[in-house]
Design a protein around this ligand. Sequence first.
Ligand code: ZN
Length: 145
Amino acid sequence: MTRTGTPVPDPAPFAERLRGHREAVAHAIAAFRAESSEAMRERDLSDLLDDEPGVDHDAERSLLLAEHAERRLREIDDALNRIDRGTYGVCLDCGATIRRSRLRALPATARCLICSKEAARRASLDRSASTAGAFALVPELSGRR
Ligand SMILES: [Zn+2]
């Protein structure tokens, strides 16, 4: 950290929203996990029957969505931990104050806009297009509500 930002002085409304998101994401994970094991079962069956193409893809998509949702859940838990520690609203990378408007739009964000763009650039180098595509189908996972 190079700078000392100011944490959000009144994080209670953010904590409330994050807990709401957490519940939605936890539900989504359970649903995707159920979908993927259902699709796996169907695949086992279709291996026997050999007549149902595309089931593999369903299983994979559900699994990707579940993994993405689990990452979201960790981000939300990390944000709630920062609230507990009194560091919520300070950029994890550079230590700058994260703008309040940014926190309102993305309450789970750990970084200021500049560091977030840099982190996204690094992540996009190894993120598959299929994950990004699946991600776009589930608005509650994007954090933009
Ligand atoms: Zn930063």
